[in-house]
Write a protein that binds this ligand. Structure first.
Ligand code: F6R
Length: 617
C-alpha cells in the first residue's frame, strides 16, 4: 500500500516520477505528490489529493524542474486523503523531504515529544513524524560531509520508530543524492546508466532498467547518478544481488482492453498454461514442483498441510483444501493469514505450511510465514511476484508465472493459484494411493484447460447482458457446494469489491440455516452448479430460492439444458473433472462482477478504499 519512486540522474525527474507513479497507482490512489530538488538547491514540493491526474494538472500550472526527486501515491492510513496529508512530507526546516510506505506505530509519542521541542506539524499522518525526526537528527549532527550527515541522520532516526517503512529521503543541501531504507515494506533499487532509481515495485522502473536489487529488511541505500551503496541501517554489511527483471513494460499496459481487469481475465488461457507448463510428468502420471526443495521421502512423510493467505488467495487455498484432500487424502486446513499470525496454531514436524500470495508482499501473509519459520517450520510460498519478500524469504515454493496483475481485483492469480494447488495435490496423491489412470486423466484435463477457458470467455457478451438486466440490485447471494463453496466466496468478493453491491458467498446447503431470509425478488442468487456429484442437491436449493421468488443465475455444464427451464439465467462452462472445476467456474464470476462494475459506472481497476498490495496491518 502506497507506492514510492525516487530518481537521481541527468534527465528531468518529474516526467519519470509521474510515469512511475502511474504504474504504482494500484498500490493506492487517494493522493499523490512529488518533491524535486531544483538547480538552486531548493525543494519544489507539489501534492494533491485525488487521482494522479490532479497532480499532473498542478505540475502543468506550476512545473517542478530538476533531475533528482522523490514521489508517492497514497493509500490513507493516518489522516484522511487531503493535500496536507499527501506525501512527500517536509521536516521543520523545510529542506528535507520524505516519502513513506508503511505505518509508524509509535508516531503519537514521537509527535508529542517533537511538538514539545517546538516542531510544528501540518498533517495528521504518521509519516510526517519521520520527516521531522530525520530532519532533527540532521540539523543537530556534527558530521561535516553533508551526504554522511544525511545517512547518519537516517541511521539515528529509524531505530527510534516502531512499525514498518519503505522510505526515500531528499535534502536540499545535497544535490544528486537520495537515501532509502526499508523494514517490512518493499523497496527496490533500479540501476541505470548515469541514473538510479528507488521504487516500491520494479513495475515503476521497468521502462528505464531491467537491473534491480530487491532490498532486504533493515537495508539502507544511498544513490547518486553513477553509484550506490547498500549497508544495514546499523552500519553492518549487507549482501545483495543484482537481478534481471523478468517482464516487459508492455506486459504492464492495458493494450487494447479498456481495463486491466478485463485484460487479465482474458489472459487466463495463457496464465493457466504458464502455471502448469514444464510441471507435468507424463511417464509418472504426476507433477513436478522442483522449487519445493523436498525429497520424495520428505514429501511422503507429510501428514498435514496448512494453506495460508488473505482475500482471494485464501479462497484459492480453500479450493486447494478440497483438491488436495480429494487427490492426496492428506488433511489440509486453510488459515486466514491475519488470524494465523496471532493464533499460535499447533504445527508438528510433518506439517507442511504454504503461504499463498499474488504480490508476495501482503503484510499478514508475510507475518504468518515468519511466524511459522520462527517456530522452526519450513514454510513454502505460492507466489506470483518474482523477487517479492515472500518469494525471497520463504523456504522454497512455486511461482505462478502469471505475469504482472495490475487490476486491483485478483483474477488470473486466483486461477493460477488453484492450478498450482492441483499440481501439488496430484504430486502428493501419486506418492500415495492415486492410480496411474487417474493421474493421467488429471494431466489430460489440465492440458485441456486453456482451450476450455477460451470457450468460457466467448460468453462475455452474454454475461454483460445479465449485468445490464440486474445492475441495480441491492444485494446478491453466491451459492455453491464442495469445490464451489470456495468459488462462491470468490464470486461474492469480486462483486463486492468492484461493483459495491453487497454480496455474500455461502455453502449452498447453509441457505436454510438463516440466509434464506435474504431471498427476495430484488436479490438474485448466483448458483455455481456444474453437473457434478452434488448437482441434484443444488437443484433442490435453487428450487427453494425460486419458490420464494428470488431471481436465479446458474453456472452449469454445457449440455445441461434442464436449467433453462428452472433458472432465470444460465451460463455454461465446458465439462471438466470436478477437482479442476473451480478454475473454469471462477471465470464467469469474474466477468459478471466486471460487467456489473462497468454498467454501474464504477472504477473497475481502482475500486474505492482499496489497494492492490496490502502492506499495512
Ligand atoms: C481481491 C484481492 C485481495 C487479495 C489479497 C491478497 O480481489 O485482490 O483480496 O487477494 O489482498 O493479496 P496477495 O495475493 O497479493 O497476498
Amino acid at each position: 500500500m502506497c507506492g514510492i519512486i525516487g530518481y537521481v540522474g541527468k534527465a528531468s525527474a518529474a516526467p519519470i516520477l509521474i510515469e512511475g507513479l502511474r504504474r504504482l497507482e494500484y498500490r493506492g490512489y487517494d493522493s499523490s505528490g512529488i518533491a524535486i530538488l531544483n538547480g538552486s538547491n531548493t525543494i519544489e514540493l507539489r501534492k494533491r489529493s485525488g487521482r494522479l491526474d490532479n497532480l499532473k494538472d498542478l505540475l502543468l500550472e506550476n512545473p517542478a524542474t530538476g533531475s533528482c526527486g522523490i514521489s508517492h501515491t497514497r493509500w490513507a492510513t493516518h489522516g484522511e486523503p487531503s493535500d496536507e496529508n499527501a506525501h512527500p512530507h517536509s521536516d521543520q526546516s523545510g529542506r528535507l523531504a520524505v516519502v513513506h510506505n508503511g505505518v509508524i506505530e509509535n508516531y503519537k509519542i514521537l509527535k508529542d515529544r517533537l511538538t514539545e521541542e517546538g516542531h510544528e506539524f501540518v498533517s495528521q499522518t504518521d509519516s510526517e513524524v519521520l520527516a521531522h525526526l530525520i530532519g532533527k537528527c540532521y540539523d543537530s549532527s556534527t558530521v561535516s560531509d553533508s551526504k554522511d550527515r544525511l545517512v547518519s541522520a537516517v541511521r539515528e532516526a529509524l531505530p527510534q520508530v516502531s512499525g514498518t517503512y519503505g522510505i526515500a529521503v531528499l535534502h536540499a543541501d545535497i544535490p544528486e543524492f537520495l537515501v532509502g531504507a526499508r523494514l517490512g515494506s518493499p523497496l527496490v533499487l533500479g540501476l541505470g546508466r548515469g541514473e538510479n532509481f528507488l521504487a516500491s515495485d520494479v513495475g515503476a522502473i521497468v521502462t528505464h532498467t531491467k537491473d534491480a536489487v530487491y532490498l532486504q529488511d533493515r537495508d539502507l541505500v544511498c544513490l547518486t547518478p553513477d553509484d550506490f551503496n547498500i549497508e544495514k541501517i546499523d552500519g553492518a554489511d549487507s549482501t545483495y544481488e543484482v537481478s534481471t527483471v523478468d517482464y516487459t513494460p508492455e506486459q504492464a499496459e492495458k493494450g487494447e482492453y479498456p481495463h486491466f481487469m478485463l485484460k487479465e481475465i482474458f489472459e487466463q488461457p495463457t496464465s493457466i498454461g504458464n502455471a502448469f507448463r514444464g510441471r507435468l510428468v507424463d511417464d509418472q502420471a504426476s507433477a513436478i514442483l522442483g522449487g519445493l526443495g523436498l525429497t520424495p521421502r520428505e514429501l511422503r512423510d507429510i501428514d498435514r498441510i496448512v494453506l495460508c493467505g488473505c482475500g482471494t488467495a485464501s479462497h484459492a487455498a480453500m479450493a486447494g483444501e478440497y483438491i488436495i484432500e480429494s487427490l492426496a487424502r492428506i488433511p489440509t486446513e486453510v488459515e486466514i493469514a491475519s488470524e494465523f499470525r496471532y493464533r499460535n496454531p499447533p504445527l508438528d514436524k510433518n506439517t507442511l505450511v504454504f503461504v499463498i500470495s499474488q504480490s508476495g508482499e501482503t503484510i499478514d501473509t508475510l507475518a504468518a510465514m515468519r511466524e511459522g519459520q520462527r517456530k522452526g517450520h519450513r514454510v513454502l510460498g505460492i507466489v506470483n511476484s518474482v523477487g517479492s519478500t515472500i518469494a525471497r524469504e520463504s523456504d522454497g515454493g512455486s511461482y505462478l508465472h502469471s505475469g504482472p496483475e495490475i487490476g486491483v481485483a485478483a483474477t488470473k492469480s486466483f486461477t493460477s493459484q488453484v492450478t498450482v494447488l492441483a499440481l501439488l495435490g496430484l504430486l502428493l496423491g501419486r506418492m500415495k494411493h492415486l492410480s496411474v489412470e487417474y493421474g493421467q486423466n488429471v494431466l489430460k484435463e489440465l492440458r485441456e484447460l486453456p482451450a476450455k477457458v477460451e470457450q468460457v470467455l466467448l460468453q462475455s457478451e452474454r454475461i454483460r447482458q445479465i449485468a445490464i438486466k440486474y445492475n441495480d440490485v441491492p444485494a446478491m447471494l453466491f451459492l455453491g457446494r464442495q469445490f464451489h463453496y470456495a468459488t462462491a466466496l470468490e464470486g461474492a468478493l469480486k462483486m463486492k469489491e468492484i461493483s459495491y453491491i453487497f454480496a455474500s458467498g455461502h455453502a449452498a446447503a447453509e441457505l436454510k440455516h438463516g440466509i434464506i431470509a435474504l431471498v427476495s425478488e430484488e436479490v438474485p442468487s448466483v448458483f455455481i452448479m456444474p453437473k457434478d456429484s452434488v448437482y441434484e442437491k443444488n437443484v433442490s436449493t435453487l428450487e427453494e430460492v425460486k419458490a420464494r421468488k428470488g431471481p436465479t443465475i446458474a453456472i452449469t455444464t454445457e449440455g445441461n439444458t434442464e436449467l433453462e427451464e428452472l433458472a432465470d439465467e444460465v451460463i455454461y462452462i465446458p465439462p471438466v473433472m470436478e477437482c479442476l472445476s473451480p478454475i473454469l467456474a471462477a471465470i464467469p464470476l469474474q466477468l459478471l462482477s466486471y460487467h456489473f462494475s462497468v454498467e454501474r459506472g464504477c472504477d473497475v481497476d481502482k475500486p474505492r478504499n482499496l489497494a492492490k498490495s496490502v502492506t499495512v496491518e
